[in-house]
Design a binder for this molecule. Structure first.
Ligand SMILES: NC(=O)c1ccc[n+]([C@@H]2O[C@H](COP(=O)([O-])OP(=O)(O)OC[C@H]3O[C@@H](n4cnc5c(N)ncnc54)[C@H](O)[C@@H]3O)[C@@H](O)[C@H]2O)c1
Length: 269
């Protein structure tokens, strides 16, 4: 592992989860000091403990503006600076997720809470972190979007809209602060599973894999590698972009998998 992030300080929100944990580990392995921030402190502590002295676990609630402001202030108190902000937390409460369905059926409080947790939190964290980045000469913000913010899925309208908004927020932050040295890019993961989740939702994984242009499922480490690259000076000339990390899921026509299964006969050959 190289030391591209040596001397830098990173905040990873949702750091107790699959993608956040892998990103915190990857950024620390590349030399960064990392704040692992999550609604569930025990999950953040577990990830930070595995990393060691260069990781600080902090509790924060993405749905609370005060909590986000405190996260940025506590990071600066602890480490003196913020170079990398990985906005990655998203609503995970199953009772709420299950009510996020269609435009007709989704209750207004689920809509509001999803947008507050998934996108207002990204805006607020950027709002409080950017002044510190500007005083240091720049920084990198990486927002976790989703393929669901690019293409519509069968359910979860509030989630999809929140991720679409994350993509637009990313462009605005880059446009407003790029010339001041702040880069802001988004990652749109496709289906990303660890082995446990892959087994739990095996039917959905099977359907998704049929449409991938890859030999395997996406792993949290795939997103972590891209986040570390975007955080590093290797990505110095990349700003305002949304990069799909999805095994090619969204680059082809929806009928591709079926077309590949067609016989020569049905082509009239
Ligand atoms: N896994 C996928 O297939 C996939 C696909 C597209 C996008 N994403 C996005 O990637 C990001 C990470 O997802 P993941 O797969 O690691 O999921 P995950 O559930 O493992 O991690 C999400 C983390 O966010 C935390 N969280 C939830 N509500 C919070 C709140 N109010 N305040 C602070 N933290 C909170 C959870 O405790 C959890 O640790 C999310 O933004 C998700 O929308 C994931």
């Amino acid at each position: 592992m190289n030391n591209r992030l040596e001397g830098l300080v990173a905040i990873i929100t949702g750091g107790g989860g699959r993608i956040g944990a892998a990103t915190a580990q990857r950024m620390a392995a590349e030399g960064a000091r990392v704040v692992v921030a999550d609604l569930f402190k025990e999950a953040a502590v577990k990830v930070a403990t595995a990393i060691g002295d260069n990781a600080l676990p902090l509790h924060f609630d993405a749905s609370s503006p005060e909590s986000i402001e405190a996260l940025i202030a506590d990071t600066v108190d602890a480490f003196g600076r913020i170079d990398i902000l990985h906005n990655n937390a998203a609503l995970t409460d199953l009772d709420q997720l299950n009510l996020d369905t269609t435009v007709i059926d989704t209750p207004i409080d689920i809509w509001d809470n999803t947008l507050a947790t998934n996108v207002r939190s990204f805006y607020l964290a950027a709002k409080h972190a950017i002044p510190h980045m500007l005083s240091q000469g720049g920084g990198s913000i990486i927002n976790t979007a989703s393929g669901a913010g690019i293409m519509a899925e069968n359910s979860r309208i509030a989630y999809g809209v929140s991720k679409g908004a994350v993509i637009t927020l990313t462009k605005y932050i880059a446009t407003h602060h790029g010339r001041q040295g702040v880069r802001c890019n988004a990652i749109a993961p496709g289906l990303i599973v660890n082995e446990e989740l892959e087994q739990k939702i095996s039917d959905f994984v099977k359907i998704t894999k049929r449409h991938l242009l890859a030999k395997r499922s996406g792993r949290p480490e795939d997103i972590a590698a891209l986040a570390a690259f975007l955080a590093s000076s290797d990505a110095e000339f990349i700003n305002g972009q949304t990069i799909c990390c999805d095994g090619g899921l969204l680059v082809h026509t929806p009928a591709m998998a079926d077309v590949l299964d067609m016989s020569d006969e049905s082509w009239g050959r």
